[in-house]
Design a binder for this molecule. Structure first.
Ligand SMILES: [Fe+2]
Length: 260
């Protein structure tokens, strides 16, 4: 199996990733403890620290005096897109009870988070008061690097196997009707929702618990989310922490749609 056919792949444990974690791991946990970051990024009744771009790494993933990020997962990703500068990592941390309902969160959204793991495609952002979905951030891939050692029920990442090809087919049908210059302003909401429905009916839902030293590589078009915390799941006091890198794709929307 490979991430290109299935939409995801778990690599490792990898000594190069473990080496990187020696400096990046403590820095990620420090960022998740930082009161300023917590004020910005705690969600869902305090059960999720979203931590977007809070890791202070350079373009090679180096944190402070640590080593650049290397490893089989990154090499597999770069085999498709070429080497790309890494964005500042997201530090995503879940805690027991995830997801609790926020005061401003609708019942429907909360239910979708509980029953469908808030399944989504990165980069399709809700725009305007009607939250129409548009492709505003074409990412190359998503690379997840677990920081804490947790049980399988500690709000694992969830993917729908093979969903990237369903998404590609459905979205391509919309893009094909418009010149490339209009792609970033196209309303993809209906095609996206239809694709999601098809995925839920036809693609297996797979939970991907992973340990420090492993690396989870997601295809940029794969439907994914986070499963609720199973009561009693083992985790340290710091919670279930994962660093995600999502580099920008220089080829933009055409490559987002057409690369393997
Ligand atoms: Fe995501």
């Amino acid at each position: 199996m490979s991430w290109l056919s299935d939409g995801y792949q778990v690599f490792g444990p990898d000594p190069e990733v473990l080496h990187w974690l020696q400096s990046a791991g403590p820095a990620a946990l420090a960022a998740a403890r930082d009161p300023g970051h917590r004020a910005d990024w705690l969600r869902h009744g305090g059960t999720w620290f979203a931590g977007v771009n809070v890791l202070d790494n350079d373009g090679e993933g180096r944190v402070a005096d640590g080593v650049p990020l290397r490893g089989a997962a990154l090499r597999a990703a770069e085999a498709v897109t070429g080497a790309l500068p890494l964005d500042p990592g997201q530090v995503s941390v879940t805690y027991p009870g995830y997801p609790r309902q926020d005061e401003n969160e609708s019942d429907a959204n909360h239910r979708y988070r509980r029953t469908r793991a808030a399944a989504h495609l990165d980069g399709l952002l809700p725009v305007g008061p009607d939250r129409r979905r548009m492709l505003k951030e074409p990412h190359a891939w998503i690379l997840g690097l677990p920081v804490t050692d947790c049980g399988a029920g500690a709000a694992p990442l969830v993917v729908w196997k093979g969903s990237h090809e369903v998404m590609r087919t459905r979205l391509e049908a919309v893009f094909a009707q418009h010149p490339k210059e209009e792609w970033s302003d196209l309303d993809l909401t209906d095609a996206y929702h239809a694709a999601r429905r098809e995925v839920f009916e036809t693609c297996p839902r797979v939970e991907l618990p992973a340990k420090p030293g492993e690396a989870t590589l997601l295809h940029r078009l794969v439907l994914h989310g986070v499963a609720p915390w199973h009561e009693g799941a083992e985790a340290p006091a710091e919670g279930r922490a994962i660093v995600y890198f999502r580099p920008h794709l220089p080829g933009g929307m055409p490559d987002w749609l057409h690369l393997p």
